[in-house]
Design a binder for this molecule. Sequence first.
Ligand code: AHR
Length: 821
Amino acid sequence: MRKLFLFLVVLFLSFQQVTLAAIKEMTSTPDSVYLFSFATSEDDGRSGLRFAWSMDKENWFEVGRNYGYLRCDYSRWGSQKKMLNPYLKQSPAGEWVCTWKLNDRDGYGQATSKDLINWTSQKYPRTTSDFDGTRVKAVVAGEEQKGTINRVAWTLVDGLNKNYGWNQYRNSLHEERPVQDGERFAGLKPVNATVTVQPERAKAISDVLLGAFFEDINYSADGGLYAELIQNRDFEYDPSDREGDENWNSTHSWTLKGDKTTFTIATTDPIHANNPHYAVLNVERPGAALENTGFDGIALNVGEKYDFSIFARVPQGQSNKLQVRLVDGEGNICGETSLTVFSRQWKTYKAVITAKATADTRLEIIPQSAGELNLDMISLFPQHTFKGRKNGLRKDLAQVLADIHPRFIRFPGGCVAHGDGLKNIYQWKNTVGPLEARKAQRNLWGYHQSMGLGYFEYFQFCEDIGAEPLPVLAAGVPCQNSACHGDLRGGQQGGIPMSEMGAYIQDILDLIEWANGDAKKTKWGKVRAEAGHPKPFNLKYIGIGNEDLITDIFEERFTMIFNAIKEKYPEMIVVGTVGPFNEGTDYVEGWKLADKLGVPMVDEHYYQTPGWFLNNQDFYDKYDRSKKTEVYLGEYATHIPGRKANIETALTEALYLAALERNGDVVHMTSYAPLLAKEGHTQWNPDLIYFNNREVKPTTGYYVQKLYGQNAGNEYLPSKITLDNKDDKVQKRFASSIVRDSASGDVIVKLVNLLPVEVNTHVDLSGIGVIQPSAKRTVLTGKPADTPLPVEDTVEVAEKFDCQLPAYSFTVIRIKKANEK
Ligand code: AHR
């Protein structure tokens, strides 16, 4: 027996040794391997730097399927951003240096990394010896590639593999969408939730949390919010505004109908050097009409009055009467006037036209005598603009924006702020003063900016609706996706030359003086006063930079601008920039710079999937509260395939906004982007509000913004949320945010249910004070692809009350203090 036992012990131990050896054999990894780095030539390396490993330089194993670990940031999206023939080498200090060719003209791209995962900002040297080195061929996943081979520690490759796996996992979370809910939540029963407010943990939050992002994209300004009805009124459309459109020039939207008259464009003696082109009509025999088709027609409303104005002259001195008509498609005259041009010098002539019909029309100008006429700044404006402002904004569109109750408005972008190349940087001084002296320019979204809606109109609108202005100016560099437009290396990577930075910084300081300076004692304050606004605008915020590449070029210029503003206007809240995404090199480097300089606020941008928002509700809960820098979430939106805006996108935004309110102590401002889009002229989807000449069509997401804007608070009342279903995928579909607005004393309860079932919610408001028994409730609900409107009613509330949240819904309950009506 004893022998048998000993035998079994020996057998067990030897078996164990064999097994351990086998396990060791199975799990043992090499100390080092060969690492092949390459970029695929068929896409010019746009998919980025890729890796494969091998023990013998024969059999190569791809690291991450088609996965690029570093992508070129140089130049514009689409055909560019190439990584040609990358060369990877390790410096004696152990740092990896990747160098590639950009194209045949602009030199090289270069970035460094310690782990081949996190890369520094890219540099773009004209010349470098780091590109020189032998490339070899290797077959990776059946395809022959050319690249470089390095011997590396296995742990490095292991790190790359794990990073790939982690990203795959994250991406799978970010793909979560309600369309999969049938399967995901099969058999799910209605959920019971309890929301218990904890007033003792109340904290102050930003009182300007929800604002609006205005950019002249999608014809938001000319043909949109700016009420001017004549397109190309200044004859300044230029072929460079829009690549590949041969009709895009000074005569765009204008035609001469009839004969015995010629229509040409001249530049010899303009009204102003900033506005060089004007129309010349040579009338041999009267009868012909110069026509303008407006922006998709000129929409008239019966009985309304329209201000017609024109700069004109008769160089030969013979006066000429102009008949001015608005004519519909059938030839009916829907409004008309006449005026006589009598001066040899440029002079403005004005008349009022009353619409005889509600119709879509064109403008006709018909000279009544022979002779030469010069015409410019031909304008037709409804008298009914928002707040009746001259040169004002389209009433219905401006009202829809005002209804959001945005606490601030960002302007003029977005990419429009920093422009496509140095020559396209938005210059605020070109956008104030008399309209005929403003300098129009190419809009990088492929059209033209008249600058009629300029800085003055923008500040005036902010004041009219009680919003803080938040102008954003370029940080001395243009858009990181700039094309060069003949401005070699003045595109993305070019900064304003140092010799011109002094003047550029002065322009920024002048803007602050223009907004806030004394009307009598300061040069720019006087300019503001002359434009009709002697009182300062009380500018508090100024944004510097937009989604820029955080390169040395950027850092040097941003630092100069930041220091200059800080020195002259220490009270100004400067908003810096941390790139176009919620992670990555620009995000990391942008934050590092903000921390180093002590920038008061930075502008974060991210357009993300519903799954991203669902799984990142704690994005700012993890924010380091010891930091001095606050966050402006300046551009965000939920994007789904097809880029539609519906209740799915709206509800994920509502859910995320609940998290933003919760973090309103560090997130100071937020703005959905983009704001406006004209039907038939959109360069970007989704947008918050669509419109045409007659209708305004807010999206479902608009109502979410409006509900948050109209129901904002400056005090956050944390609450304990308990769901009877403990499944994480259920829990993250429910959100609540309770705020108090100290001005009214109202407490607002916001509840988001992104589940396909009802949530029976018990709300416990004990401790918030005595409240009125009835409250206003607004509910937005529908199936994920629906685009419903919010429904309002009155509900009974008490210290403790129950509230049933429909599947896929957003509910807002506004509760008044007991002593208020
Ligand atoms: O919102 C549209 C564009 O998105 C903005 O111009 C730019 O900042 C961002 O990339």
